[in-house]
Write a protein that binds this ligand. Structure first.
Ligand code: SAH
Length: 567
């Protein structure tokens, strides 16, 4: 819950806008400000105070405890110009909240936490537990001192400016570490899965004791525990449910059928009779793959009675992540926030050099950039997939939408199901051009690439003809280059067999780039020599009109008829 506190009418107005936008997230604290801040501080995870920072500092000073547990506090000034992340930037989420509030109220977010300001992710914001000298190593990263990454297992991490050797160390491990060495932090990836079986009524202490001793004896850290896993029939077994809750991890269940299909070293008859699979603990731990670190073991009971719980421990490999990111047609403000987030999350960036230039300033220090020139498409796709398979977080970029005449299909043709693939849509050249021209895509439309490098001309011609016959608006991509100059005139001639010479044609070059230009002409008047590879050409259908210099395709023929009637 986010507590909202204001003192003046201006503050209350801004507060009410937040409250209206986030009805389920916020609670308004009325009454005397001091009292309101104290109550909200005790009750909420976050506060937004529409007050001067000085006032808020004085009010919360006596309340501050631990930065890991204190609420995050954001101040919005009375003038409505800034949203200041005051305390709890990382742990309390105040930096993120300041950005969100900034976006909603159209005020500038002010974030002063060093790691966020310079683009190094805070070590405590990577999404998994961290132990050791967080402050010291973070400072070293910021100061550019050599920090070595010692990864004992592959895991997709955001970029960190690390070196092979260093006086500081970031250690990535799921093994027990007595105490982090000086100048060292230990990151705990969620790599361990404990499979659990239990007979009806098994006490939670017995289940929990078994899990803890299994991890401890194998030298594994409970901080790297991702989940407990068991069979569907045990989804409500109180000892297992409570053990997961106390360990702070989800309980995941699988059907007996699924578990019975998993090969395990120690099957037995007892669970087969009870729940229909020869193994619960080992099979549930292994069902999503991984390496069995601790084979099935049973709990020990002080009273000498038969064991009521079994468990097994598996280490799952980190799943690599391949984000296929569309950068939009060129302009920075047509790059989506989601694309930006993916670019900053990836530790490896793969793309054509000219596209890398488009977003280089957004990349975090330490991002490994694998750029190549025109033509090396297949190789880029393969590289991106290979890096993801190694467990890296990879972004493969393309202009416009990366799935449109671009990298997504060659990459997915290479990819197998051992990596996560995330597609981030981008604004295509066709859409950017259409917005410049007016509303040419108001009815059915297609894009056709005139590049016959990958596609035989017969195929292209057949598609152009089909579009011509079906009276569909066409956007031509890759329309004309130095070596390919006859294709565009030929394609236009085919369209002209079915459309009048007065049909509007929009030519847009470098849409949304600094040297953008556009022209509205007609099928009869277009000079193909004015078209190049930075251009898209949009040809209207028989209903498309030039209305006040804008290219407009009606949504349907009734509308068109009424327009005609009005003339
Ligand atoms: N994935 C891209 C298309 C890549 S194919 C997209 O979704 O838009 C390359 C062709 O796209 C170029 O030859 C040109 O025809 C067109 N193109 C790309 N960016 C453009 C822009 N900013 N303005 C005009 N045409 C563009």
């Amino acid at each position: 819950m986010i507590g909202l506190i204001s003192a003046t009418a201006a503050g209350a107005a801004a507060r009410d806008r937040l409250a209206a936008a986030w009805p389920d997230r916020v609670r308004v604290y009325d009454g005397p400000v001091g009292d309101a801040v104290r109550r909200a501080f005790a009750e909420c995870e976050q506060l937004v105070c529409f007050l001067a920072t000085g006032a808020v500092v004085r009010l919360i000073a006596p309340l501050l405890g631990d930065k890991a547990t204190d609420p995050g506090v954001v101040c919005v000034d009375e003038g409505g110009r800034f949203a200041v992340s005051l305390v709890g930037g990382h742990g309390g989420g105040a930096n993120e909240l300041a950005r969100e509030v900034g976006e909603l109220l159209a005020v500038e977010p002010v974030v002063t936490t060093a790691t966020d300001a310079v683009g190094v992710p805070g070590l405590d914001t990577l999404g998994f537990p961290v132990e050791g000298d967080v402050a010291g190593v973070s400072r070293a990263l910021l100061d550019g001192e050599p920090v070595a990454l010692k990864a004992e297992l592959a895991w997709p991490l955001p970029p960190l400016p690390v070196a092979a050797e260093g006086t500081y160390t970031i250690r990535l491990t799921d093994r027990l570490v007595e105490r982090a060495a000086e100048r060292e932090v230990v990151l705990r990836p969620p790599s361990l899965v404990v499979g659990v079986g239990a007979s009806k009524g098994a006490p939670v202490d017995e289940v929990l004791g078994l899990i803890e001793s299994a991890l401890g004896d194998a030298g594994l850290s409970p901080a790297s525990l991702a989940e407990l896993a068991t069979v569907d029939a045990k989804a409500d077994e109180p000892g297992i449910v409570e053990a997961a809750a106390r360990l702070g991890v989800p309980l995941v269940t699988h059907s007996a059928e699924e578990l019975a299909a998993v090969e395990v070293p120690n099957p037995s008859d007892a669970p087969l009779a009870a729940v229909g699979t020869p193994s619960v603990a080992e099979a549930a731990a292994l069902v999503r793959g991984g390496e069995l670190l601790v084979p099935k073991r049973k709990s020990e009971r002080a009273d000498g009675q038969p064991a009521m719980a079994t468990c097994a421990v598996v280490r799952r490999p980190g799943r690599g992540r391949l984000a296929v990111v569309g950068l939009g047609p060129g302009a920075r403000d047509l790059l989506t926030p989601r694309a930006t987030a993916e670019l900053r999350r990836a530790s490896v960036l793969v793309g054509l050099d000219q596209y890398v230039d488009q977003i280089r300033d957004l990349l975090r220090p330490g991002t490994r950039i694998l750029e190549s020139g025109l033509g090396a498409e297949e190789e880029r796709a393969r590289t991106a997939v290979e890096e993801a398979r190694k467990g890296q977080a990879v972004a493969l970029i393309g202009s416009g939408d990366a799935g449109v005449y671009a990298m997504a299909s060659p990459a997915l043709a290479e990819a197998s199901d051992d990596i996560d693939v995330i597609g981030i849509p981008g604004v295509t050249a066709a859409l950017a051009a259409a917005a410049i021209l007016g509303a040419p895509l108001g009815h059915d439309h297609v894009s056709i690439s005139l590049s016959d490098l990958h596609t035989p001309w017969e195929v292209i011609e057949r598609r152009v003809r089909a579009a011509a016959e079906a009276d569909i608006v066409v956007t031509f991509y890759n329309p004309r280059s130095r070596g390919r100059d006859w294709q565009l005139p030929k394609a236009l001639a085919i369209l002209a067999e079915h459309r009048k010479p007065t049909t509007p044609v929009g030519v847009v070059r470098n849409a949304s780039r600094p040297d953008e230009s556009s022209r509205l002409t007609t099928l009869g008047a277009l000079d193909p020599a004015t078209v190049d590879m930075m251009t898209v050409v949009t040809v209207g259908n028989t209903a498309t009109r030039d209305i006040a210099g804008r290219m407009v395709t009606p949504r349907g023929y009734r509308w068109q008829a009424s327009q005609e009637g009005a003339k």
